[in-house]
Design a binder for this molecule. Structure first.
Ligand SMILES: Cc1cc2nc3c(=O)[nH]c(=O)nc-3n(C[C@H](O)[C@H](O)[C@H](O)COP(=O)(O)OP(=O)(O)OC[C@H]3O[C@@H](n4cnc5c(N)ncnc54)[C@H](O)[C@@H]3O)c2cc1C
Length: 404
């Protein structure tokens, strides 16, 4: 039996950085917000756990900076790319943020701090609750059907947001026809675990390229290192889906990785996920439904900017909804809101997504990746220029667009 729940301005499914960013911004602007998460936090999540410097300015606006630092986040001052032949180039964190540091913090900690902040900002938060269906009225989305244990409840909302990550759990229900911009013929598989005894250089996020993929190693809280790597599905099958066998067979073909990981062992279980597509998806799959974060676009992980895009797109959706909220409360059409979101999203992210797509294609050809690392190593100016094109244009002294 379905019960009828409360009525909200905005219902958000998914409490990753995109969903919580949107929820905090909206709730602090006075909107009635429902945030639904199918898991109970804290929970481990497959991710490189490299929090790029620009995220810190978002954390300040969201008022969670102190919480992230006191959770024991490691400071990362540079990213070093290692080619298969042992060449390396570095990208200092100060190129991306005024205070010159990125953070290494587990997603268990980071996501929980953001969720706690969403609660204190006034959002109604439901964990262990699955957004199972959209409430549709003549093709227009009017809220969410939620499933918690055996209980099913409908919650109506003026606007609904799909922040369920690459799963796109809500948009998928509409059979949206926009294909991802890039689908891999032989899918990739990603693994991650926290390690002990890895020899990563202090303050560095190290990226290793090897045939069929790449991996990232950096420090997180509690003296552990996070190792997250991507390989082709056929290499995983060849190693019987055993993460440590894949590391020995594929990752160790990069000499720096063979050195830093030689005596490392996992202190958490290995998580894995398959990656089939990258790029932009449908931003407004139906009237009344917006997508944000990975549900809107999945940027290649080597850019280290997926969480930044999640925080930014959550903020952008919140800002756009706030601009239209009074009208929506008077039963006005959601079409102008959707148009504004599409335009602003394109301005903010399209060029970044295009450049990362080109870099990904180059990185997947071993000889090109080798040549690129050699070439970029010859000029700091060029390296800085290319690195900056994967990020938002910014005045490093000012808060993110839209203010705090
Ligand atoms: C291998 C790999 C490495 C990466 N490394 C980095 C990195 O180092 N730095 C970086 O910035 N980015 C990295 N990323 C990207 C980053 O992880 C994502 O961009 C980011 O997590 C997107 O945030 P999100 O909020 O959109 O989605 P998610 O973080 O995926 O959150 C979605 C949430 O929705 C919940 N959910 C799903 N379905 C439902 C449902 N039906 N009902 C309710 N809740 C639901 C999920 O449980 C989850 O908590 C990496 C990605 C991969 C794959």
């Amino acid at each position: 039996m379905t019960n009828s729940g409360d009525i909200y301005d905005v219902a958000i499914a998914g409490a990753g950085p995109a969903g919580t960013s949107a929820a905090i911004h909206l709730a602090t602007q006075g909107a009635r917000v429902l945030l639904v998460e199918r898991k109970r936090f804290p929970r481990a999540k497959l991710c490189g756990e490299f929090i790029s410097p620009e995220c810190l300015r978002h954390f300040e606006c969201l008022r969670v900076s102190d919480q992230m630092i006191s959770a024991g986040a490691a400071t990362l001052t540079q990213t070093v790319f290692y080619s298969r032949k042992g060449r390396s180039v570095n990208v200092p964190s100060e190129w991306f943020g005024a205070n010159g540091r990125a953070l290494g913090l587990s997603r268990a900690e980071m996501d929980q701090k953001l969720l706690e902040r969403a609660k204190s900002a006034g959002a109604a938060v439901l964990e262990d609750t699955h957004a199972s269906e959209l409430i549709l009225d003549r093709g227009c989305v009017r809220g969410l059907r939620l499933k918690c244990g055996n209980e099913i409840k409908d919650h109506h909302a003026l606007v609904t947001i799909d922040a369920t990550g690459r799963a796109r759990a809500l948009a998928r229900k509409l059979n949206s026809r926009r294909k991802p911009e890039y689908s891999s013929r032989d899918p990739l598989v990603a693994f991650k675990a926290h390690l002990e005894n890895a020899q990563v250089a202090e303050g560095a996020c190290e990226l290793y390229f090897y045939p069929g993929g790449y991996g990232g190693l950096s420090s997180v809280e509690g003296g552990a290192s996070n190792f997250c790597f991507i390989v082709s599905a056929k290499d995983v099958r060849r190693c019987g889906s055993d993460a440590e066998a894949v590391i020995r067979e594929s990752v160790f073909r990069n000499p720096r990785a063979a050195y830093t990981l030689a005596h490392a062992h996992a202190r958490s279980e290995w998580l894995s996920v398959s990656l089939e597509s990258f790029g932009r998806r449908k931003l407004v799959p139906a009237e009344g439904l917006l997508t944000i974060g990975d549900a809107a676009a999945f940027i290649d992980p080597f850019s280290g900017s997926g969480m930044l895009m999640a925080l930014e797109s959550g903020e952008l959706a919140a800002q756009t909804i706030t601009n239209h909220l009074e009208r929506l409360r008077r039963n006005a059409s959601v079409a102008p809101l959707a148009r504004e979101y599409l335009v602003e999203y394109g301005k903010k992210f399209d060029s970044r997504l295009r450049i990362c797509c080109l870099l990904r294609r180059a990185a997947s050809v071993p000889s090109l990746a080798e040549a690129a690392i050699f070439f970029f190593g010859t000029s700091t100016r060029l390296r800085r220029k290319v690195a900056r094109t994967t990020r938002p244009p910014q005045n490093l002294e000012t808060p993110p667009a839209g203010g705090c």
